[in-house]
Design a protein around this ligand. Sequence first.
Ligand SMILES: Cc1cc2nc3c(=O)[nH]c(=O)nc-3n(C[C@H](O)[C@H](O)[C@H](O)COP(=O)(O)OP(=O)(O)OC[C@H]3O[C@@H](n4cnc5c(N)ncnc54)[C@H](O)[C@@H]3O)c2cc1C
Length: 331
Amino acid sequence: MTNGENSGILIYAQITRENYIHTVFFELVDKAKELSEKLGGVEVNAVIFTTPNLIDNYKEAFRNRGVNKVFYFEDEEFKTYSTDFYAKSIVDLVGVIKPEILLIGATNQGRDLAPRVASALHAGLTADCTGLDINEKGLLAATRPTFGGQLMATILSKANPQMATVRPNVFKVTRDDSYVDTEFVSCPVNISYLKKKVELLEFKKTVENVINELDSAEIIVAGGRGLKNKEGFELLQKFADKIGGTVAASRVAVEMGLAPVSIQVGQTGKTVSPKVYIACGISGAIQHTIGITDSKHIIAINNDPEAPIFEIADTGIVGDFFEIVPKYLEL
Ligand SMILES: Cc1cc2nc3c(=O)[nH]c(=O)nc-3n(C[C@H](O)[C@H](O)[C@H](O)COP(=O)(O)OP(=O)(O)OC[C@H]3O[C@@H](n4cnc5c(N)ncnc54)[C@H](O)[C@@H]3O)c2cc1C
C-alpha cells in the first residue's frame, strides 16, 4: 500500500548563496534511492529555483546522481530565496506531480520553507529526522529524537505527501555509479507570486557563519563544562591547532559563553561526522552524543571514569584536561 498515486519522491534542492547545490540534497538523494527500491522503484525527483544564467551548470551537477526528473523554476528573481514564492510554487508543483514523499534538508532555509509547504498542503511534517525508512505498509517511517533526546520516535503520516526534513550530515553520500537519464522539466513561473511581502535589502555575513567549518572537518576537538573558563577554551584551540582540528562545543559550554552557538554539537546544534572526534570535559549526555555517532573514532578526555562518554568512546583517557593537554603540547 502507498499513500496515494505513487508518483515518487520529490526532494527540494537548495541552491546556496554561492550558487552550488547544497550537499544535504545529495545526501537525501542517496537515501531516497534506498526508499524508492522499497517502494518498487518509484521515481526520485528534484525541484530547484534558479536564475536563467545558471541552469546549464545545474544540469551538469545533476547528471549521474540518480535523479529521474528535475523540475526547475527559472527567473532573475531567484538570486535570493523567498519563502512566499518558493512555498507557493512547490505547493503548485506537488498538486500536479503528486509525490508520495517530499523531503527537504533541515538547513536554515529548509526549516523556513518546509513548515510553510506542509501547512499549505495540510500535510504535517516530521522535522529534524535522524532516520528514514519504509514500513511494511509502504509508509514513510521517519525517526527523530523526542522528549529532549531521551527517546527515539518513529512517526508515520497518512497525509499526501508524507513530509520530512533531515539535517545535513545525517546521511552519507554513497554515489553509486547507476546512470539515470535525468530529464529537466521547466515549470511555469506564476508572476503573481513574485509580489513579495518581504524585500531583502542586504545580506550580511556574520563572523560565525564564515568560520563554521564543522561540516567538512576531519578532526574535531570539542570542549564542555569541564574546560571551566576562557583559558580552558584557549588551551583547546592550541590543542586543535597542533593536530589540525576544528573546535566545537557542548551546549553547556555555549551557555557559559565560552563558545559561539554556531559550533555547538548535538541535538539542538550540529550533526558532525569527522574521522576523529575528541570530547574534552564533556560528560556524554544523549543530547550531545546524538550529534557525533557518525564519527569514525571518538576519543574522550574526562576526569570522571564513570562519565557516560566512555560508553561510546573508542579511546578513553581518564584524567585532568588541564594536565594532559599541556603535556601533549610540549611534545
Ligand atoms: C532539549 C535539549 C536539547 C539539548 N541539546 C544539546 C545539544 O545540542 N548539545 C549539547 O551538548 N547538549 C545539549 N543539551 C544539554 C545536555 O543535556 C547536557 O546538559 C550537556 O551536553 C552537558 O554538557 P557538558 O558535557 O559540557 O557538561 P557536563 O554534563 O557538566 O559535563 C562536564 C564533564 O566534564 C568533566 N570534567 C570536569 N572537569 C574536568 C577536567 N578538568 N578534565 C577533564 N574532564 C573534566 C566532568 O567529569 C563531566 O563529565 C540539551 C538538553 C536538552 C534538554
